[in-house]
Design a protein around this ligand. Structure first.
Ligand code: GRF
Length: 203
């Protein structure tokens, strides 16, 4: 089973997927990593792991549609079973989302449906919530609104700041994303007409 990972930055989640693959625990192979930013550190991680690393700077395209069209072409050359968004900081067009419907996963740093969009940690802290966390979800047209398949909770502590929770958030991301990807690649996790299922059971 073949996986393409899209990134924009550091790529620590990509690294967790690469590590899982190296332990034989990913259920498939990362065949390409694509970044819309040429200086993304994640491209070096891919290169170091012997994975094809592609920079596709969005600024070189006139429109979102043109960029997404180019992105689709690069992705499809690699014939992926699954496309994984791992810190890919671009809003995707409906055309793109439809093209990969049911085989497009994202990880978002909040307990969705809470805190869709950016700056999730700051907003959770400002609201004084007791629980924050991370979500893996199938991507649909609604930004950060697709069906959730897995979450990990982070209990906030007095005195927590954005900086103190980022590390604990990432630890949880690195734990759950490879599991969700493996379940998908093993055919256990699917997006059916009525929503996601795990081993045939609606989530
Ligand atoms: C993660 O917090 C993820 O939830 C969000 O972007 C961040 C990416 O981090 N979508 P990294 O590049 O994987 O380190």
């Amino acid at each position: 089973r073949r996986v393409v990972v899209l990134i924009s930055g550091n790529g620590s989640n990509l690294q967790a997927l690469i590590d899982a693959q190296s332990y034989g625990e990913l259920g498939g192979e990362i065949v390409a990593v694509i970044s819309n930013k040429a200086d993304a550190y994640g491209l070096k991680r891919a290169h170091d792991a012997g994975i094809e690393a592609v920079a596709l700077p969005h600024r070189e395209y006139d429109s979102r549609e043109a960029f997404d069209g180019a992105l689709i072409k690069v992705i499809e050359r690699h014939e992926p079973d699954l496309v994984v968004l791992a810190g890919f900081m671009r809003i995707l067009t409906p055309m793109f989302v439809h093209r990969f419907h049911g085989r497009l996963l994202n990880i978002h740093p909040s307990l969705l449906p809470a805190y869709q969009g950016l700056n999730t940690h700051a907003r959770a802290l400002a609201d004084g919530v007791e629980e924050h966390g991370v979500s893996v979800h199938f991507v649909t047209e609604e930004l950060d609104g697709g069906p959730v398949v897995m979450q990990a909770v982070l209990k906030l502590r007095p005195g927590d700041t954005e900086e103190t929770i980022i590390e604990r958030i990432h630890a949880r991301e690195h734990l759950i994303y490879p599991i969700a990807v493996r379940w998908f690649l093993e055919g256990r996790l699917q997006l059916g007409a009525d929503g996601p299922t795990l081993d045939g059971v609606p989530l």
